[in-house]
Design a protein around this ligand. Structure first.
Ligand SMILES: [Zn+2]
Length: 376
């Protein structure tokens, strides 16, 4: 079955290879090598969960292995398994303690890891990384970024939730995998350092990479091949914006977990995703998803200054421009979430510097802000 619309619910893998001292590491639960006739050995494994075929992999090398203990949120003892190329194992034992924290974070944020029956495994590879289910490829040479985490470990492991457990149906739905896996990097920072600015700082770095050259999701029925990096960064920013547009972030986090539970071990398309979120949020969010996924340009929030009092409180007329009339995204101008419309002006009072207000809006929402009647 060489397509993404469905997945085999389990896979058995068998490999026969010459016995030259090399070790094979593959997906799923793996048995020790069995000797065969004529200087050959056999490896067998079974993947006991649905798996996208592109996730099936094997690695042959002089691997050294170790496990780190991990206690899941239900108090069940698990282990995280690492297979390192010769010479790297001592460094890896100390380095991958980070994986224990990461797993705790992802399970707290999104829900239980889906593949304990197959295990969580990291295998060192000559290439940078890949989200092979229960056999995450790692080739980042023990390098942490300026935020103190290993981008490849975190990004590829996040795909165990977004991509492997919850899977897209078609290539043009891949933004579901990449947007949520990319956003997971930031969410993990927020979870680890809730009182710091690391989350927003990281998000602003992602924002700088957004191109707005083509829609994030192609229209249903078309086979789009030339996806750009907006399926990572812009899609991550769509989720960030949606979370800020709700009166309660906790409500968003709850729906995200419900979404994971609903689609764990399943494949879905963009339409199913947006239908689910609109239903759970109980609001008119079709226009929001339609804009960020189907249009390439950003919404503009026009803020027209019509007065300021002696206490520095500005009166603004705000409205959205360059959106459809169905577009809806609540914004917080400092006094609770309001919902501007297209063309219809909403009158708001804003205290303080308007440039600062504009910068603050751009940290929370993927919009352009136009200040009118305001000296630049
Ligand atoms: Zn990815």
């Amino acid at each position: 079955m060489d397509r993404r619309t469905d997945e085999p619910d389990s896979v058995r893998l068998t490999f026969d290879l010459p016995d030259r001292g090399a070790v094979l590491v593959t997906n799923g639960h793996q048995w020790p090598a069995e000797p065969l006739h004529g200087d050959r050995i056999r490896y067998r494994s079974v993947v006991s969960n649905p798996i996208n075929l592109y996730n099936i992999t094997f690695n042959i090398g002089h691997y050294e292995s170790f496990k780190l203990p991990y206690c899941d949120p239900n108090g069940v003892d698990r282990s995280l398994e690492f297979h390192m190329l010769e010479g790297g194992v001592e460094q890896a034992k100390a380095y991958f303690v980070e994986a224990q924290t990461m797993m705790r974070g992802f399970e707290a944020l999104f829900g239980p890891f889906a593949f304990w029956r197959d295990g969580y495994k990291v295998v060192e590879t000559p290439y940078w990384g890949m989200e092979h289910q229960s056999c995450v490829a790692y080739g980042n040479k023990f390098t942490r970024n300026q935020y103190g985490f290993d981008f490849i470990l975190v990004h590829e492991s996040a795909h165990e939730w977004w991509g492997n457990a919850v899977s897209a149906c078609r290539p043009h739905d891949l933004w579901i995998h990449e947007g949520l896996a990319t956003w997971s990097e930031s969410r993990l920072l927020e979870w680890r350092y809730p009182d710091s600015l690391l989350y927003i700082d990281y998000m602003m770095g992602l924002r700088d990479r957004i191109q707005n050259q083509q829609a994030v999701a192609a229209k249903s029925g078309t086979h789009k091949r030339h996806l750009d990096t907006d399926i990572y960064y812009k899609a991550a920013w769509m989720w960030h914006s949606l979370r800020h547009s709700l009166p309660s972030k906790a409500r968003f986090d709850e729906v995200l977990q419900q979404f994971y539970q609903q689609y764990i071990y399943k494949n879905l398309d963009t339409r199913a995703l947006t239908d689910f979120w609109c239903k759970q949020l109980g609001g008119p969010y079709e226009g929001f998803f339609n804009h960020y996924l189907r249009k390439k340009h950003l919404p503009i929030l026009v803020c027209d200054k019509i007065g300021v009092d002696s206490a520095g409180v500005h009166t603004l007329k705000v409205r959205y421009k360059r959106v459809s009339k169905e577009f809806h995204m609540g914004i917080d101008l400092g006094d609770g979430v309001i919902s501007p419309h297209r063309r219809i002006n909403t009158i708001v009072q804003v205290r303080g510097d308007l440039e600062r207000m504009s910068d603050d809006l751009k940290r929370k929402y993927l919009i352009e802000v136009q200040l009118k009647n305001h000296p630049q």
